[in-house]
Design a protein around this ligand. Structure first.
Ligand code: C2E
Ligand code: MG
Ligand code: MG
Ligand code: MG
Length: 277
C-alpha cells in the first residue's frame, strides 16, 4: 500500500514536471514563431525636455500580439527570450523595425529624433553583437546618431568585459548609451566609470512616490547630482504627475518620460500625438 502510494506520488510528480517543461518549450516555440512571423509590435514612448516640453526622443518598447492570449507584456517574454537565446533574434527584429520606422518618419518629413532601443545584457555576451548592430543600421542607411541604446545593470555584470567591449564599439559608431532603471541594480557606482555612458535613466520606483516619500526625493536628488558631476544627461522614467515634473525641474533633471506626457504609442498614434502637441 505504501509502495503503491509512493508510485502514484512519483507518477504525479513526474507528470507535473513534464507539463511544466513542455509548457516552457511550447512557449519558446511560440515565441520563435512570433519573432519570425508577424506577431511582434513596436510601440514608441515620447521622451520630453521637461522645461520646454519638446520631444527629444522616443523609446522603442516591444509587444507580443499573441493570436490567442492577446497582448503579452515584455516583462513576461523577455526573460524567456534571454534564457533561450531567442533574445538575439528578438533584438535584431526590434532594431530592423525601428530602422524602418526612422526611414518612414524621415520620408514623411518629420524632424528626426533618436530612437532608444532596449538591449538585454545577455545580448552583450555575444562577441558579434556590435558588428551585427552596425550591419543592420547600414542595411537601412540609418545615421547611428539616430539610435540610442538602453541597457540595464542586470546580466551585464555576469560578463562585464564583454559588455564593456560591445558598448565601446557601439559608442565608436556614434551611438549613445543609457543606463536603464538606474539605482535598482547591484554595483551601480563601481562600473559607472568603466562604461561609456551618456545618459542615466532614474528608475520609476524612485519617481512614483514623489512628493510623498522624502527618501525617494533624496535619492533622486543625489542621482541627478552625481550624473551631472560625471557629465551625464539625466532622464526620469515614469513621470505621471505635474508635481513630479516640477520637482525634477527644480533639481535640474532635464528630461522625462511617462504617462503624464504620453503612453507607449504605435507609430500612427505617435504621429497623431505629434500633430496635437
Ligand atoms: P524599461 O526599458 O525600463 O521601460 C519602461 C517601462 O515603463 C515600459 O514598460 C513603459 O511602458 C513603462 N512606463 C513608461 N512610463 C510609465 C509611467 O508613467 N507609469 C508607469 N506605471 N509605467 C510607465 P514595458 O513597455 O512593459 O516594458 C517593460 C520592460 O521590458 C522595459 O523596461 C524593458 O526592460 C523591457 N523591454 C521592452 N522592450 C524591449 C525590447 O525591445 N528589448 C529588450 N531587450 N527589452 C525590452
Ligand atoms: Mg528602457
Ligand atoms: Mg527603465
Ligand atoms: Mg524597466
Amino acid at each position: 500500500q505504501v509502495k503503491q502510494r509512493g508510485r502514484d506520488g512519483y507518477a504525479f510528480y513526474a507528470r507535473h514536471l513534464t507539463t511544466a517543461a513542455m509548457r516552457k518549450a511550447e512557449m519558446e516555440a511560440e515565441l520563435h514563431k512570433a519573432i519570425t512571423g508577424d506577431e511582434l509590435l513596436l510601440l514608441f514612448q515620447p521622451q520630453i525636455d521637461l522645461d520646454s516640453e519638446q520631444l527629444v526622443g522616443v523609446e522603442a518598447l516591444v509587444r507580443w500580439m499573441h493570436p490567442v492570449k492577446k497582448m503579452i507584456a515584455p516583462d513576461l517574454f523577455i526573460p524567456l527570450a534571454e534564457e533561450s537565446n531567442l533574445i538575439i533574434k528578438l533584438g535584431e527584429w526590434v532594431l530592423n523595425r525601428a530602422c524602418r520606422q526612422i526611414n518612414e518618419w524621415q520620408d514623411m518629413g518629420l524632424t528626426p529624433v533618436p530612437v532608444a532601443i532596449n538591449v538585454s545584457g545577455v545580448e552583450l555576451y555575444n562577441q558579434s553583437f556590435a558588428d551585427s548592430f552596425r550591419e543592420i543600421m547600414a542595411t537601412h542607411g540609418i545615421n547611428p546618431q539616430l539610435i540610442k541604446v538602453e541597457v540595464t545593470e542586470n546580466h551585464m555584470l555576469e560578463d562585464m568585459d564583454s559588455a564593456i567591449q560591445q558598448l565601446n564599439k557601439l559608442r565608436e559608431l556614434g551611438i549613445k548609451i543609457a543606463i536603464d532603471d538606474f539605482g535598482t541594480g547591484y554595483s551601480s557606482l563601481a562600473y559607472l566609470k568603466k562604461l561609456p555612458i551618456h545618459q542615466l535613466k532614474i528608475d520609476r520606483s524612485f519617481i512614483k512616490d514623489i512628493p510623498q516619500d522624502v527618501n525617494d526625493m533624496a535619492i533622486t536628488r543625489a542621482v541627478i547630482a552625481m550624473g551631472a558631476t560625471l557629465g551625464m544627461e539625466i532622464i526620469a522614467e515614469g513621470v505621471e504627475t505635474r508635481e513630479q515634473q516640477k520637482f525634477l525641474q527644480e533639481h535640474q533633471c532635464g528630461l522625462g518620460q511617462g504617462y503624464l506626457f504620453a503612453r507607449p504609442l504605435d507609430a500612427k498614434s505617435l504621429e497623431n500625438w505629434l500633430d496635437h502637441s
